[in-house]
Design a protein around this ligand. Structure first.
Ligand SMILES: *Cc1c(COP(=O)(O)O)cnc(C)c1O
Length: 350
């Protein structure tokens, strides 16, 4: 640490991203898609667009917000875009819960929520899950705090039903409820339509998982116009050009290509179900994941040891050295072939 860092940040414990590697490995550690993005993305990244990079990107993100709005049946003024959905979550937690505010989230969930709470001085309550890793909805009814829940949750993969999510939203009318739908495309029940019914709901999504564009860094939030106006006020006070021209074009092309992504998502879901069945046959416990990853544990081998052995075999998975889940591995669903290699390798190890 240099002597210049503000005291406020001296004790920050930053988020630790999953490892990125250049070696030839089977990479099942950060929930990326194994498929390339839609071919439409390549088409729009033309020389003409590159030649215009001397100009600033559109701070209003008109093209992208319209494309997203069209997909979800809302108006563009209900869409906020960020440099990844992490950016959207950061603006929301800073702006709506910021210094001195209160926020709660499940104890086992996305690792960034506590980090954002910490950096923005938000008092965070982390609510334990039930023993089966599910969220007890009753814990969030009439909570009188802002709430952030990943649905499906990570790293458990378990999803709340539409009705349960609506109960949480409707019973907390004076607080913001953020539903982080990063993994929703993989077959959960989205609450997106409720943004028209409730003014305290912000739903966030990302292009990183379902749309094979983790490297592009685009995410978005959909909410009432008032919430989006607030988020824009924060954005214009911090980084008006938070998306670059290439990202805007590429994401707008991707979101419109339902045919391509429906096919890829269906493949991932089918491979997920197949792999879960194979792991169960090898004696693993697996949660009923509605995401593009599997959460699995074996009685025969410690998760940390299995992760290390898979690594020696060129397969990366995610191990969390954290109470209650330290015997589980989070395994991203790759291609059918990669997952077969995983299962075969696990079989030889155990
Ligand atoms: C991956 C992830 C995000 C962030 O994704 P971005 O790449 O920043 O869009 C947000 N929430 C959850 C639960 C995630 O797993």
């Amino acid at each position: 640490m240099s002597k210049f860092l503000s005291e406020n940040y001296a004790k920050l414990v930053p988020y630790v991203p999953g490892e990125q590697v250049n070696l030839k490995v089977i990479k099942l550690n950060t929930n990326e898609s194994p498929f390339p993005p839609s071919p439409k993305v390549k088409e729009v990244l033309s020389e003409e667009v590159i030649d215009k990079l001397n100009l600033y990107s559109d701070p209003e993100l008109k093209e992208l917000r319209s494309a997203i709005a069209e997909q979800f049946g809302v108006t563009p003024d209900m869409v906020f875009c960020g440099n990844g959905s992490d950016d959207v979550l950061a603006f929301a937690i800073m702006g709506f819960c910021g210094a001195g505010g209160k926020l709660c989230c499940p104890e086992i969930s996305y690792g960034f929520y506590p980090v954002y709470a910490d950096i923005f001085g938000v008092e965070l309550e982390q609510i334990p899950l039930k023993d089966d890793f599910s969220i007890d909805v009753n814990d969030y009814i009439g909570k009188n705090k802002n709430i952030v829940i990943a649905n499906p949750n990570a790293p458990t993969g378990l999803a709340l039903s539409f009705d349960d999510v609506e109960k949480i939203i409707s019973s907390n009318p004076d607080n913001l409820v953020i539903i982080d739908e990063a993994y929703m495309a993989f077959c959960g029940e989205s609450c997106m339509e409720l943004v028209k019914k409730y003014d305290n709901l912000l739903v966030t999504r990302t292009f990183s998982k379902s749309h094979s564009l983790a490297g592009l860094r685009v995410g978005f939030g959909i909410a009432s116009k008032d919430i989006i106006d607030d988020l824009n006020k924060l954005k214009y006070s911090f980084n008006p050009y938070n998306l670059n021209t290439l990202s805007i074009k590429a994401a707008a092309a991707a979101i419109a290509d339902n045919e391509y992504y429906d096919d890829k998502i269906a493949k991932i879901v089918a491979t997920r179900e197949k792999t879960i069945a194979q792991l169960k046959a090898l004696g693993f416990k697996c949660t009923e994941s509605k995401a593009n990853f599997i959460f699995a544990a074996s009685d025969k081998i410690a998760a940390s040891e299995l992760a290390a052995k898979l690594r020696e075999n060129g397969i990366l998975v995610r191990y969390f050295n954290k109470a209650k889940i330290d015997n589980y591995l989070r395994i991203t669903v790759g291609t059918d072939e990669d997952m077969q290699t995983l299962v075969d390798t696990i079989q030889t190890i155990v």
